[in-house]
Design a protein around this ligand. Sequence first.
Ligand code: FES
Length: 142
Amino acid sequence: MNYSDILIDHFKNPRNQGEIKDASGVGDVGNPICGDMMKIYIKVEKDKNGDDIIKDVKFQTLGCAAAIASTSMLTEMVKGIKVDDALKITREQVAEKLGGLPKEKIHCSILANEGLKKAIAQYRGEKMEKNTEEKEAEGAHC
Ligand code: FES
């Protein structure tokens, strides 16, 4: 399997790994097929314009190299930006920043984006319906 140097670096030295005790929202996602699990914590604060900003983000995972690297990269991309802008980041953009993902590992990056979406939904008090990507993850063979 060909992993880029960037991906290997994020796998070996994951950024923002850990837990936020007083998180504003926590997103828990899992893939029942491979058993990989992801938990993303966000700390949200309002800026002077009243916009919600992701002040801090951390993750814990029992996951594969691609899942760890994708989440590490996503946390770097969303830290310090508006919640609305964080929601616009796609898993394709995360994969691109990682220098690409092998085709058979593309589904692994779902955990990062879905975990973040769930954490934001919890912060906003929204109920999340399972979306297509999540159903896709559940059906994926790892
Ligand atoms: S998410 Fe299942 S192997 Fe990567």
